[in-house]
Design a protein around this ligand. Structure first.
Ligand SMILES: [Ca+2]
Ligand SMILES: [Ca+2]
Length: 204
């Protein structure tokens, strides 16, 4: 019986000691693992530093100044080319554009771009444009669009001097709907009127 009690106690001590030893071993292991992680991290930093130093030098060992990395912050958009591809043959009343001037009945075409009733751009007036010919607008280009994330009103007119000009058609154009597009073509819903433009997106 005594032997049994002694044996039980000894066994209990062993278990207890083993538990303590186990705890100590785990602490030791954790400490080692932490140190190993620290060394690995330091190693990565050293390698990156060497790489960074090396990448700033060319093959001859000269220090090369690098451009700052380009961010993707959109700063604006410009129209660099604008063409009226086609326009209606007749005015809304079915008459020639300048029916009052029988020998100069073709329209005198120009374009405006407006936002919120404020005119942003007005092109040159191109006199007597024959039906079926494309019209390239060039004056004042490029046009920097501000705002570029709201619907802009693009209108095409026939200039009529003292009388009110004839509206040949219009488009609502929100540049952001075409983000990063280099060429955009628009067609008026209700008229044989199409325009196309080249865009340049500006990033800072
Ligand atoms: Ca007219
Ligand atoms: Ca006219």
């Amino acid at each position: 019986m005594l032997v049994f009690i002694f044996g039980y106690k000894k066994c209990g001590d062993l278990v207890q000691n083993w538990g303590v030893k186990q705890t100590l071993d785990m602490r030791e292991l954790r400490k080692k693992a932490k140190n190993a992680r620290g060394f690995a991290f330091a190693g990565v930093i050293v390698v990156l530093s060497i790489f960074a130093c090396k990448s700033n030098k060319d093959s001859a060992g000269n220090v090369v100044k690098r451009d700052a990395p380009r961010s993707q912050l959109l700063a604006g958009v410009k129209i660099t080319a604008m063409r009226i591809d086609q326009f209606p043959k007749y005015a809304l009343d079915g008459e020639q554009w300048d029916a009052y001037a029988p020998f100069a009945a073709d329209p005198d075409v120009y374009m405006t771009i407006s936002y919120d009733h404020v005119q942003l751009f007005k092109s040159e007036v191109l006199q007597e444009r024959a039906f079926g010919t494309a019209i390239d607008l060039k004056a004042g280009l490029p046009w920097s669009l501000k705002p570029f994330d709201k619907p802009l009103l693009i209108e095409i007119f026939d200039e009529d001097g003292v009388t009110s000009n004839d509206n040949m058609g219009y488009f609502l154009f929100n540049p952001m709907d075409y983000r990063d597009w280099k060429f955009v073509s628009l067609k008026a819903n209700d008229r044989e009127l199409t325009i196309s433009m080249a865009l340049e997106w500006v990033y800072q």
